[in-house]
Design a binder for this molecule. Structure first.
Ligand code: SF4
Length: 181
């Protein structure tokens, strides 16, 4: 497992090269930005030519794509999906709403900064980001994977208590299994 780009040996470099070329995504269509996913994945932009395609279940997915604002009710499901994915796993926050709440910044039932609740490897800004921006975000993620620096999943494991505290502040009826890392 790669924790530091300086520690990458030839096997790590080859493994990361293979990993970045095959990114199965779990697109969690929480916000209106989700409407840009179909053109990104279908014939117009054809993201599969770049190794990006949909996954059927969280356990088969490498990338969790959060496409916009996230209601506190949805956050609970997103956390469960994220924790069902196998490491190494990556998160892309898609749209201004994942960065600062966007137009919902002072809403009573949405979160403002996704990274407080699950670790975000790449943000794609815009309201809503076009498919070109989505593809650019994936290319950035690929760079991070190749260099051994897409380590949000490790940050989550190492700081689970801190994440749990933030999660419990907004999820009032918390009834979720605590995972034993
Ligand atoms: S960033 Fe804009 S397009 Fe995306 S979910 Fe928020 S309001 Fe909708």
């Amino acid at each position: 497992m790669i924790n530091d780009k300086n520690s990458q040996g030839i096997v790590d470099i080859i493994a990361e090269y293979a990993r970045k070329q095959s990114l199965f995504i779990m697109a969690y269509g929480t916000g209106c930005g989700a409407i840009e996913i179909p053109p990104t994945l279908t014939s117009r932009y054809d993201a599969e030519r770049l190794g990006i395609r949909g996954a059927a279940t969280p356990r088969q997915a490498d990338v969790l794509l959060i496409t916009g604002y996230l209601a506190t009710k949805s956050l609970k499901r997103v956390i469960r999906v994220y924790e069902q994915m196998q490491a190494p796993k990556y998160v892309i926050g898609f749209g201004s709403c994942t960065i600062n709440g966007g137009m919902y910044w002072d809403s009573y039932n949405t979160i403002n900064l996704l990274d407080k609740y699950i670790p975000v490897d790449v943000y794609i800004n815009g309201c809503m980001p076009r498919p070109e921006a989505v593809i650019a975000g994936f290319e950035k993620l690929k760079e991070l994977i190749q260099s051994g620096n897409a380590l949000g999943w490790k940050k989550y494991e190492d700081n689970l208590e801190e994440y749990r505290e933030n999660q419990k502040k907004v999820i009032v009826n918390w009834q979720m299994p605590d995972y034993n890392w």
